[in-house]
Write a protein that binds this ligand. Structure first.
Ligand code: MG
Length: 373
């Protein structure tokens, strides 16, 4: 089997009314992503999704499509798509960085390999270690009435864990967490995510003030770079620290782990550059005795499916303790899939069909694609 074409289709999918989000990185109102199709001479087509965001990795839908059109596509032409490890290395040789773009191509290669063998991707990763993946819902850094309304909506739906976005202003951050804790009661685990929005001094004050709300984890309180500062923050508020923006690469993971700078590391295929890259980080973290968590930058259906295969197959991704952010389809007007994923409030279930187990809805694709070709 040979790769005959790598197709990059830019799409623009709005978030649902009332479900737009706001973090320390800014507002997320529409998702300008790229759907990838890797075509083969055997007729099998692999699906991928690049959930690019300019403020995450510097990639945009235009730059992603150009990287595939100019560099990755020509470089992979004629290659055996099932030689995934070799093609990961080749992509790194064709273009530096661009993790979300490479992840989209890599998940399409896994999809092809699974379809060729008639097995789900998780089977290629060693099989399931868990059938149900607990998840949480995320509440943006909005004013208190909207925060309360979102928390009520998610709790009424039956979700068992909530993430609150903070890192905007300390008083508002504390008030948001307090409002959610009051609605959720003492039993629902709550996490916070500052998305790098605090400096070290504010983070210390925030963690001290937030301690009374019994938080499960505090995600990325400060910007990446100073691992000693992150390590220090583990000691001040009694709240476990999760590294997200601090860990894109395996080298990032090594630096954070060596500095004992995090209690949990957040991984997901887009940020790490693919499913296999997330597994490598999870395994290095396992050697250090540190659990991993599946994070998100609001995927559509294909990207969420890749996360489900990862989450169900990797023992050190501890979604039972740290519920996963496999939630993107709930926030978007469309997931672009013919059949929605099983993302229920009591947990998510991985599709059992061959490959990623998802089918692209051509009608939705044509409605949301922006290249008009
Ligand atoms: Mg995060």
């Amino acid at each position: 089997m040979r790769i005959t074409r790598v197709e990059a289709i830019p799409v623009r999918v709005p978030l649902k009314p009332g479900m737009t989000t706001k973090t320390a990185h800014g507002d997320h109102v529409t998702s300008d992503y790229v759907i990838v199709r890797v075509h083969t001479d055997g007729g099998i087509v692999g699906l991928g999704e690049a959930t690019v965001a300019a403020l995450w990795s510097g990639e945009t839908s235009t730059s992603c499509a150009a990287a595939i059109h100019d560099r990755i596509g020509p470089g992979l032409l004629g290659a055996d798509p099932t030689r995934i490890t070799a093609l990961r290395k080749q992509m790194d040789f064709l273009i530096k960085l661009n993790p979300f773009t490479k992840a989209a191509v890599e998940m399409a290669l896994w999809d092809i390999a699974g379809k060729a063998l008639g097995v789900p991707v998780y089977q290629l990763l060693g099989g399931k270690v868990r059938d149900v993946i607990p998840t949480k819902m995320m509440i943006g850094a909005f004013d208190l009435p909207r925060v309360r309304s979102l928390a009520e909506q998610f709790l009424n739906w039956g979700i068992r864990c909530l993430k609150v976005k903070v890192g905007i202003d300390l008083a508002g951050d504390v008030a948001r967490v307090q409002a959610v804790r009051e609605l959720a009661g003492p039993e629902i685990p709550i996490t916070i995510d500052a998305n790098c929005g605090w400096n070290v001094t504010t983070a210390r004050r925030a963690l001290e003030q937030l301690r009374r709300f019994n938080l499960l984890v505090a995600e990325q309180p400060i910007a990446p770079g100073d691992v000693e500062a992150l390590a220090y923050l583990r000691t001040v508020g009694g709240i476990p620290i999760m590294a997200d923006e601090s860990v894109f690469t395996l080298a990032d993971a090594w630096n954070v782990l060596r500095a004992h700078a995090a209690d949990v590391i957040s991984v997901y295929p887009g940020k790490n550059g693919g499913i296999a890259a997330s597994i490598e980080i999870a395994q290095v973290a396992q050697a250090a005795g540190i659990a991993c968590h599946v994070g998100s930058n609001l995927e559509l259906g294909i990207g969420s499916a890749a996360m489900l295969h990862l989450a169900c197959a990797v023992p050190n991704i501890d979604s039972a303790t740290y519920p996963a952010d496999i939630l993107g389809p709930h926030y978007h007007e469309s997931d672009l899939l013919a059949e929605p994923l099983a993302l229920q409030p009591d947990g998510a279930r991985v599709p059992d069909g061959p490959g990623l187990g998802v089918v692209l809805d051509e009608e939705q694709l044509s409605r949301y694609r922006v290249d008009h070709s």
